[in-house]
Ligand binder design. Structure first.
Ligand code: A3P
Length: 301
């Protein structure tokens, strides 16, 4: 890792989890939940919804570039979380909450959320807002979340990997059950204005997925522009872009000695983390949990 400074950053107090309608969320989010409930969406707002670590930041960057016609300077006007605020996030400082930022912005706003579909404020449905949902295969998703919880000192302490995996399977991590999350949006994708994407498709054929996003947003994006956006949103390009790699978040919150935000960006990294026994138990449980739905997840490319 590039940082040779062995001094640990001053540790923040990690948040605990509390519940809203049975969904575990960071305690400050629960404390300030009435602000989420009372939020007013504009019809032009776009919501990017994901389970944590499914490719939110990547999708945000693609969307911002599409809406700005590939203008790289414009997309570098501010860090990701300022350009496209995180709806429910109030930690670590409620005065910097996503909603406080959003209230100062006019339409159209691009808004990030990790809320499961049943907790998305009604205003988004009433206003007819478009939603882009990104899903990532469960095994890579939990690995990415584990490393993120090691580095994000606002998140609950992840503890050892085997216990962490168990908590994921039980739906006990922040934002709840991955299984219910991906199923919730999947079931509504034909009744509501939802574009349902997969991280693995974005890896396999980014140009195709960028075009799908562009069409969903009603934008007429040329092949040349799609190609430019694809180049600007590769893992390598985003990792070098201070406005897309969360390097503006202080070390007291993101401990980069523990892990980078843009860590690997691969499909199949789970193979480096799951023991064969863990994989067996996980798959049995997965098959039970996903038996009632046929979502075409892909675990390697
Ligand atoms: P890894 O931890 O597997 O590397 P989110 O933005 O939802 O928090 O998701 C973060 C995950 O998406 C991280 O996964 C990160 O590396 C990956 N990611 C971000 N930008 C990416 C890109 N341009 N290409 C591929 N993966 C990307």
């Amino acid at each position: 890792m590039a940082n040779n400074d062995q001094t640990k950053p001053e540790l923040r107090t990690r948040s605990s989890l509390k519940e809203i309608q049975g969904i575990p969320l960071l305690e400050p989010i629960v404390t300030n939940w009435d602000r989420v409930e009372k939020f007013k969406a504009f019809p032009e707002d776009l919501l990017i919804a994901t389970y944590p670590k499914a490719g939110t930041t990547w999708t945000q960057e693609i969307v911002d570039l599409i809406l700005n016609h590939g203008d790289a300077d414009q997309a570098r006007r501010a860090p990701t979380h300022v350009r496209m605020p995180f709806l429910e996030m109030t930690a670590p400082n409620p005065t910097l909450s996503g909603i406080t930022q959003l209230e100062k912005m006019g339409p159209p706003r691009v808004i990030k959320t990790h809320l499961p579909i049943q907790l998305v404020p009604k205003t988004f449905w009433d206003a007819g807002c478009k939603i882009i949902y990104v899903a990532r295969n469960a095994k890579d998703n939990v690995v990415s979340y584990f490393h993120f919880d090691r580095m994000n000192l606002v998140q609950p302490e992840p503890g050892p990997w085997p216990q962490y995996l168990h908590k994921f399977m039980k739906g006990q991590l922040g934002w709840g059950s991955w299984y219910e999350h991906v199923k919730g949006y999947w079931r509504e994708r034909e009744n509501k204005p939802i574009l349902y994407l997969f991280f693995e498709d974005m890896k396999k054929d980014p140009a195709k997925e960028i075009r799908r996003i562009s069409e969903f947003l009603g934008q007429n994006t040329s092949d040349q522009l799609i190609d430019n956006i694809m180049q600007m949103t590769t893992f390598a390009a985003m990792r070098e872009n201070p406005m897309a790699n969360y390097s503006t978040i202080p070390e007291t919150i993101f401990d980069r000695q523990a892990s980078e935000f843009l860590r690997k960006g691969e499909v199949g990294d789970w193979k480096n983390h799951f023991s064969s026994q863990e994989n067996k138990v996980f798959e049995e449980h997965y098959n039970t949990m996903m038996a009632d739905v046929d979502i075409p997840f892909c675990f390697s490319v």
